[in-house]
Each structure stands twice: as structure tokens, then as C-alpha cells.
Design a protein around this ligand. Structure first.
Ligand SMILES: [Fe+2]
Ligand SMILES: [Fe+2]
Length: 300
């Protein structure tokens, strides 16, 4: 039951809060339309590649497509928790978050339908074993656990899995590298434009996750911190394995790519974020907010 509403009881919206600042960014940068991306040249470019090169590009794209579907399907329990706790500003931002994940699903489907001539084959074999462990089992299970027990520990485990690992290590880094690779070869302009948008959206999602985990650590102390640390230790090697297993599918790595490049970038990004969350152990909520507002994505 509601006893009053913050928008009419004199409190209003906290416009200086982290989620409201992210909401403003989302309204400014998250309103692009996947239907306006043009993948016609991408289809021609892919057709001109060797079979190995073509499959090498389509394999991570199949994982991105399925991953976007997974995060769209699995986000709702977190939105329920935030709504039940009356965190209106966070819920406002999370509406843009879910809408963006839906657009990512839409965009990859448009890409695949264009480059595969309107016929979608079963691409499940392109999802490697570590990928399946994360996306078939761990992600839905930690997100689903919030329905029965939305404790701070469970919220932290869910956000570490969803925001830090799936989005922060796999998606954001994957999009950076796909963009970098296509740029280097000079092909697939539609996908390059798409990955720039995807990476921008994912950066806001990850920023929210870091804020959420930091808030939970600051409010609840060691119990939550230990859950964060053990979830990360369990998932980071699995996430790195997704890439290792992906590369090991091929007899040779095309385009002169260095498989270590991904790992270095992913681990570097991860460590910066890990340090921020670790700092929250000794911070008040006000300090957590201050730190979040001063990061690159919100300071500009
Ligand atoms: Fe996404
Ligand atoms: Fe996301």
C-alpha cells in the first residue's frame, strides 16, 4: 500500500542523485533507433570475406545477440526490488535501461536478418561452454533469486554478475573490440555505428551497477563486500574463458588480431571498477554519491 507519493508530498525528485543524472544522459544519448542503422554494406563486406573470416566475425555476434536477449529477459527482478524499496529515481533510470536492452536485441536481429539474407539459422553451436554456464545458468539464477529474497547480499551478487561481469567485462569490452577490429579492417560501417551506440548505453548501465554495489557495500559493510568479492572471483575466470574458448574454435586467428588484447582491456576495465567498489567499504553514502558523480560518464 502507498501512504504518500514523493512527487506530491513535498520531497520531489532528487535531481542531484546518481540515477537521475544517468536518466538525463539516457534521454540525451539513448534515443537512437536501431531501424535507422543501415547494414546493407555490412552484408556485402561479409560476403566478400573468406569463410573462416566470416565465421570469426559472426561467432561473437551470435553471443552478443543471445546475451542481449538474456539481459532483457533477466532484468525485471532487479527493477521490482528497486520499486518495492521506493527508490523512484533508480526505477526511472531502469526504465531506460530495459528499453535500451530491448533495442540492442532489436538491432542485432536486424543485422543478422540483413547479412544472412532473411534466414536465421540455429546459431546455438556458436555459444561456447563458459558462455552457456554464465547465460543459461548463473545470470538467470542470481537475478531470479531476488524474487524470493531481495537481501542486500543477493542484490550485490545479482549486480556483480549482471553489471560488472556480463555488461562490464563481456559486453562493453566485446563491443569496443568488435568496433576496433572492424575499424582496422575498414569494413561493416553499420555494425561499427551500432557498436558505438551499444558501448555508450552499456557504459551507463555499468555506471549504475557500480553505484548500486557501492551503495550496498557502504550501507551493509563486510557481509556484502565478501559476497561481492567471492562472486567476482567465481565469475572473472569464466568470463575470460568465454573469449579463450571463442578463439580456440579457429585453426588460425584472422585479421592479425592478438587474443591477449581482449584480456588486457577487460582486466584493466575490471580492476578500475573493482577499486571503486572496494573504496566504498570505508565511505559514507554521501561519499559514494560524490565519487559516482565525478566519474567520466557523469562529470561531462
Ligand atoms: Fe545491452
Ligand atoms: Fe546493458
Amino acid at each position: 500500500m502507498h501512504t504518500s507519493f514523493q512527487t506530491t508530498n513535498g520531497k520531489g525528485l532528487d535531481r542531484d542523485s546518481v540515477p537521475m543524472k544517468l536518466w538525463e544522459k539516457a534521454k540525451k544519448y539513448g534515443i537512437w533507433n536501431p531501424a535507422q542503422l543501415n547494414f546493407e554494406q555490412d552484408a556485402k563486406d561479409l560476403a566478400a570475406l573468406t569463410e573462416l573470416e566470416r565465421q570469426f566475425i559472426l561467432q561473437p555476434i551470435a553471443q552478443f545477440q543471445a546475451g542481449e536477449e538474456a539481459v532483457t529477459l533477466d532484468l525485471l527482478p532487479l527493477i521490482m526490488v528497486v520499486a518495492n524499496e521506493g527508490r523512484l529515481e533508480e526505477e526511472l533510470f531502469l526504465t531506460s535501461f530495459l528499453w535500451e536492452e530491448a533495442k540492442h536485441v532489436d538491432g542485432f536481429n536486424r543485422f543478422l536478418m540483413t547479412v544472412l539474407d532473411g534466414k536465421l539459422p540455429d546459431m546455438s553451436d556458436l555459444l561456447v561452454p563458459s558462455y552457456k554456464t554464465i547465460f543459461y545458468d548463473i545470470l538467470p539464477s542470481v537475478m531470479g533469486a531476488l524474487k524470493d529474497d531481495p537481501s542486500p547480499v543477493n542484490q550485490a551478487k545479482a549486480s556483480v554478475t549482471y553489471n560488472m561481469i556480463v555488461e562490464g567485462v563481456l559486453a562493453e569490452t566485446g563491443y569496443y573490440l568488435l568496433n576496433h577490429t572492424l575499424d582496422k579492417i575498414g569494413i561493416m560501417p553499420g555494425m561499427r555505428e551500432f557498436t558505438v551506440k551499444l558501448k555508450q548505453d552499456e557504459s551507463r548501465h555499468v555506471a549504475y551497477g557500480i553505484y548500486l554495489i557501492s551503495r550496498l557495500v557502504s550501507e551493509n559493510g563486510d557481509e556484502v563486500w565478501e559476497a561481492v568479492e567471492s562472486q567476482m572471483n567465481m565469475l572473472l575466470p569464466l568470463a575470460v574463458n568465454v573469449v579463450v574458448e571463442g578463439y580456440s574454435m579457429w585453426d588460425e586467428i584472422p585479421f592479425g588480431l592478438d587474443p591477449n588484447h581482449f584480456q588486457e582491456y577487460a582486466i584493466d576495465q575490471f580492476q578500475k571498477r573493482f577499486a571503486r567498489i572496494q573504496k566504498a567499504r570505508n565511505q559514507s553514502i554521501a561519499e559514494v554519491v560524490q565519487d559516482s558523480l565525478s566519474t567520466e560518464i557523469l562529470a561531462s
